[in-house]
Design a protein around this ligand. Structure first.
Ligand code: KIV
Length: 268
């Protein structure tokens, strides 16, 4: 095994100018493949709600569901750093509640850090969780748990007032003690400015080329989401097509009595 990825090694990658690779994972087989491929950070995102459970957005996802997925991911990982998303309403009610839920999620899932959405408004929550020695990854810009407030999945920070808010959010996340921050759907120039200003690594998604790292939802990268493809996604393969072809071949062989053969059969 090459060296385990840790909070200090992730921070050191920014200092050395090495790009950080991050992907989502929700189960053991995918986690094993991504870990063996050398992905630095595996995020058990609450995107599980949309891409695995078929919910319309991430809001219905529960703490128990996040723990279930993360336990499965942990079983496939040797090297990557594993981050668990705190789902909607698991950290917004009070600092005490946020600490209790973050602690439970780390304890019961085996993840090494939590991620939560928000900037200035979550500064004290992040600080309180970091103070009990749980590493926190921030998430600013387009924050999917605020989808109703934002009026949909829209690029954030295009107008000056929004831009200043996002810069303030980034600074607040760093000052609160987060070890890194995801920046989702913000203009490239803004992401570059924040990346240069912060000492912690920035991980972009729909935030251009200048971030310290990049994250994608694994189902998007593999072409498993059909025709739904946001502008910031690049699919490196069309697995939906590959799977459909394999399933059609299987059905054809079953119908034509070509499968199973002697090779797959048992005898008395
Ligand atoms: O839930 C998730 O997968 C995420 C990434 C898109 C950053 O938050």
């Amino acid at each position: 095994m090459t060296q385990k990825v840790t909070v200090p090694s992730i921070k050191a990658m920014k200092e050395k100018g090495e790009k950080i690779t991050m992907l989502t994972a929700y189960d053991t087989p995918f986690a094993r493949i991504l870990d063996q491929a050398g992905v630095d950070i595996l995020l058990v995102g609450d995107s599980a709600g949309s891409v695995v459970a078929g919910y319309p957005n991430t809001l219905p996802v529960t703490i128990d569901e996040m723990i279930y997925h993360t336990r499965a991911v942990i079983k496939g990982v040797q090297r990557a750093f594993v981050v668990i998303d705190m789902p909607f309403m698991s950290y917004q009610i009070s600092i005490e509640d946020a600490k209790r839920n973050a602690g439970r999620m780390i304890k019961e899932s085996g993840a090494e850090a939590v991620k939560l959405e928000g900037g200035v408004n979550m500064k004290e929550v992040i600080r309180a969780i970091v103070d009990i020695d749980i590493p926190v990854m921030g998430h600013i810009g387009l924050t999917p748990q605020s989808i109703h407030q934002m009026g949909g999945h829209k690029v954030q920070g295009k107008v000056e007032e929004q831009k200043q808010k996002i810069i303030a959010d980034a600074v607040a996340v760093e000052e609160a003690g987060a070890f890194s921050v995801v920046m989702e759907c913000i203009p490239t120039e803004l992401a570059q400015e924040i990346t240069e200003q912060l000492s912690i690594p920035t991980i972009g998604i729909g935030a251009g080329i200048h971030c310290d790292g990049q994250v994608l939802v694994i189902h998007d990268l593999l072409g498993l989401m059909g025709d739904f493809r946001p502008k910031f996604v690049k699919s490196y393969v069309n697995l939906q097509q590959v799977i459909s072809q394999a399933v059609e071949e299987y059905m054809d062989e079953v119908r034509k009595k070509k499968f199973p053969t002697e090779e797959q059969s048992f005898h008395l």
